[in-house]
Design a protein around this ligand. Structure first.
Ligand code: MG
Length: 388
């Protein structure tokens, strides 16, 4: 049976804590949204629509980089409107084709759950994964008298929920409110449809609160741990010429000096060498490929963003940075008084513990271009671990 799918990723998810909306956050090295997008595509979705805010397009492109078979459409003011926008984007598919509606905040979607809802749709108007309620249920306000409620036939509804697309569209068109539906099964139920429960999956937990991420991180790490990992190493080298100036940027730290390094960006040779080392470890070319010096937007740019971009590329392929080692080569300025600050700044940009970040310095005893004070050179090594 062919099917299409919609992932609703338009929410801001403020309950999950400050920072990026939860669908864009990394979970065991992979954006939350990508986990379920990969699962639906691997499960056989012929077309996948991601409903996301238009301004999130760069985040979406980055999160699903390299995946084929998906498209995107802007969301509406409510979840219900977002789902309908997703359904509208499937107009080129057969009208009665099964469609799976999934919440982006449930990353660990397995093939068995997808197969179960599709199978149940053969004899029902809707199929939803559900988990039996295990806890005893109480009703009443906090710190007041409560009464116990029966739980025998209660289910916790999960996603993806499956429907024939024309059936779901008709049900949404007939929804009169005044309440907002909290899932799609409810819309079809109220329209007189027969919605059945299929076995849910405890792994399909919804990421709602900050503590959910900590638990999901472990689950994700275990999922990924089942796959082989390899260690990769990359090296980088950079040099810049001295010119008139009053300070110099090295390894993300500004040092007062009677000269500066000349370059298109801030000319931080330490960060440039390290960025190239990380890009080299994952076969991603060099810094010039990602930030062309001919592009005026990088003129005078702070180089920490180049480094952060390289680390992001590592994480997007499920990799982790193991350690880095940078050597600065110059006669002046003296590096030693600034080494601690440089290590701390690098550890901050790379999100690594301090003992995995090394900054060293050497002179060339007056020999060569660094010895003559014509320029400063830097070299770096980075070790990265990625899925094989
Ligand atoms: Mg450079």
């Amino acid at each position: 049976m062919t099917f299409s799918a919609v992932i609703v990723a338009a929410g801001s998810g403020t309950r999950a804590g400050p920072g990026q909306a939860k669908q864009w956050r990394l979970l065991a090295g992979k954006p939350v949204l990508r986990w379920s997008a990969e699962a639906l595509l691997a499960g056989g979705a012929q077309k996948l629509v991601i409903v996301a805010e238009s301004q999130a397009q760069p985040l979406l492109d980055a999160a699903l980089n390299g995946l084929a078979g998906w498209t995107t459409t802007p969301g509406g003011a409510t979840r219900a409107l977002s789902v309908q926008a997703g359904l509208a984007a499937l107009a080129d598919r057969p009208a009665d084709e099964p469609v799976l509606i999934h919440d982006a905040a449930r990353p660990f979607l397995g093939a068995a759950t997808i197969q179960a809802v599709l199978k149940a749709l053969e004899v029902a108007d809707g199929a939803i994964p559900g988990l039996p309620v295990a806890d005893t249920l109480k009703s009443g306000a906090l710190e007041s008298n409560v009464v116990t409620k029966p739980r025998t036939d209660l289910w916790r509804a999960q996603t993806p929920q499956a429907f024939r697309r024309d059936r779901l569209l008709a049900a949404y068109a007939a929804w009169a409110g005044p309440d907002e539906p909290t899932d799609d099964g409810q819309v079809v139920e109220r329209h007189g449809g027969r919605v059945v429960v299929t076995p849910g999956d405890p792994m399909l937990m919804k990421l709602t609160y900050p503590e959910d991420f900590a638990m999901a991180e472990k689950l994700g790490a275990e999922t990924l741990a089942g796959r082989a990992r390899i260690t990769r190493m990359g090296q980088g080298f950079d040099a810049h010429r001295w010119g008139p100036g009053e300070s110099v940027w090295l390894c993300g730290v500004e040092i007062a000096h009677d000269e500066t390094l000349i370059g298109h960006s801030d000319a931080d040779a330490g960060l440039h060498a390290l960025t190239d080392a990380i890009l080299g470890a994952i076969g991603e070319g060099d810094i010039g490929d990602h930030f062309p010096p001919t592009d005026p937007q990088w003129k005078g740019a702070a180089s920490d963003r180049f480094l952060a971009h390289a680390v992001d590329l590592v994480r997007r392929r499920g990799g982790t940075l193991v350690n880095v080692d940078v050597t600065l080569i110059c006669e002046r300025p003296k590096i030693k008084p600034h080494r601690a600050a440089m290590r701390e700044r690098l550890a901050q940009i790379l999100d690594l513990p301090l003992d995995r970040v090394s900054v060293k310095a050497t002179t060339t005893e007056g020999m060569g271009f660094t010895g003559r004070g014509e320029g400063l050179a830097a070299q770096a090594i980075a070790v990265v671990e990625t899925p094989a």
